[in-house]
Each structure stands twice: as structure tokens, then as C-alpha cells.
Design a protein around this ligand. Sequence first.
Ligand SMILES: [Zn+2]
Ligand SMILES: [Zn+2]
Length: 361
Amino acid sequence: MFSPLSDTGLTDSAGITVSRCPKRTEWVSLPNRQTLYRWVTDTHAMRVTFLGTSGAVPTTERNPSALVVEREGDRLLFDCGEGTQRQMMRFETGFGVGHVFVTHLHGDHVLGLPGLVQTWDFNERDKPLTIHTPAGTGSRIESLVAATGQRPSYPVEVREATAGDVVLDHEDYEVRAIEVNHRTNAVGYALVEDDRKGRFDRQKAEEELGLSPGPEYSKLHDGEPVEHDGRTIQPEEVVGPARPGRTVVYTGDTRPTDSVIEAAENADLLIHDGSFGDDHHERAQKTAHSTAREAATVARDAGAKRLALTHLSTRYTGRGWQLEDQAKEVFDDRVFMAEDGMRVEIPYPDADREFSIEMVS
Ligand SMILES: [Zn+2]
Ligand SMILES: [Zn+2]
């Protein structure tokens, strides 16, 4: 069900207005679904919704750690603090999650798992679920999921991840485990999209080379030469250079570390532990967390485009402005403090569209 629709102010290549259902990921272009498909495959929305941004314990404003990345119909859940399933309902991320990525087994990152797994069971889920978790923690995740004594009726696979592993290999992107430093078995995760095909110069193909839309277009776009009017047309004549995909890096809890700088090189969004302000620098060191300023330094050194601070210590009330200000001294307006219900849309690096942040109420 797509209605009610709202215009996006965009039109597709056929001049048809593209509309969308508010607060949802479905995009429609009426009346031609094929046009819709073409439009969507060229824009591939990627959104991050923060479900829990509190450090260690929940507050009335913030849940413990969890976030959902939506990418072209896929939903990936990173960490699953207590109450995550309710946040998923509240902030309308949908429940169609195939993979959960656990950064480590501190309770504020996993205690929502048993409830969510049970709700899926009540909902008669039959699709398999894969839970990725750091090496050495798989049996504890299995125990946690089965703690009530009832195994879910759908398949649940627990896979251990070591830094450097590609833990999910999708056709268009992969999720890699990255090394972090939290003084326990912990990994961060990097979602890295493949490069996309170059832009197809339709005008040149039609007007200069006399081609018409059809299989020849597809072949050229796929990098193969075609014979036309007695000559060979090379793909480079009508297809531009490959275009970069997007990278999102989530550290979970960590001290600042070189491995994150490496993984977040040119990342479109780095989501980093920013538990403390300058006033608790020692505490950050002692508990293997980061200050906001340290997170900003990592983002700057990595050349990341944006930084989201999360896992805010309950010492800081409200928005955590002071932490954001300290981080801005290093990384200017490219840094923001994440909040529960904040949804960030990440455009392609070469897109006209802006990086946008909205609150889902
Ligand atoms: Zn934590
Ligand atoms: Zn922790």
C-alpha cells in the first residue's frame, strides 16, 4: 500500500512525477512501475535510523544502542539494546531484518535480542535470521536467544566475525568486520557499496551514434563493445567512468584507534562512540570508550564526510550539546550528536541530493 503519497518534487526520465509514502522507504512512480524501477535503481536510497543512542543504560530520552540501515529494501540491524523492537515500531523501520550485527556482548548492545527473536516467532516468521557476533561470543548469543527455553520456529544462525572478515557479501555491497578497541571481544562494522556503472550518455548514443534503446544499450552499459552500421562502438564512447558507492562505518564501543581511521577512509558516514566530553577523558580511557573530541579526530584523520556521535553517557542530559561543540572544534558542522528517532539519508558521493537529517516522530 503506497498511499497517502506525497510528491518528491522529482520527475523520472519519462517526466513522471515521483512520489513517496511518507516515513517509508517505498517509492512509486505512477503509472508505470517499470519506470519506477529504473528510477529507484539509479537513486538507491540509503538511510540510517538511530533506535538507541544512550551509553550503558537507558534514559527516558534514549534507548541503549541499536540502529537500522535501510538500503534498497534491505534492513540491517546493528546492535540490539533492550527495547529495540519497540523503537523499530515507533520509528517505523519495519521488521524485515535478515541480519543482525552485534558489536560486543555488553548488555546495552544485546539485551533486546531475545524479545525481538520471540516477536518474530509470534509473527510466524519463516525467513532465516543470521546474527553476526565477534569471535568467541557465539555460544553466549545462542544461549541468550534460547534463554526462555523456547527455540524460534524459523532458522537462526549465529556466525562469529573476526576483524577483516567480509561477514555479508551482497550483490551490490558488503559488510566487513573491523577492528576496534573495547577491551573485550568486539568488532565494528563497515558497510561498503560496490562501485556503480558509469553514466550512460543516451543523447550521444542516439544522436551521434544512431543507436536505439534496447539490447545494444545494455551491452555497452555492461562494458561490451557492439557492432553498429559496420563499425565497432566501444563502451567508453557512451559510458562514463565507474561511480563510487557509499560507505557507512559503525564502531560500537571503542577507544579511538587506527584501524577505524583506516576503515573509515572517505566514509560517507562514520558512526562513532562519543560517550564522554573532555571533562571525563580519563573515564573514557578507563572504560575503553571515546570522547566526542577523540571521535572527531578519528573522523578528520580518516577523511570521513560526516560523523555521528552516539552512546552518550547518562551524565549528560538533553541533546549533549557540549559534546557536539567539542567535536565541532575538530570536525566543524560535519558532526552531529545522534538521537533516538533520528533518520539520516546518505546520498551517493556524485549525487545532486544533500545529506539530510530528519526526526521521525
Ligand atoms: Zn555500550
Ligand atoms: Zn561496551
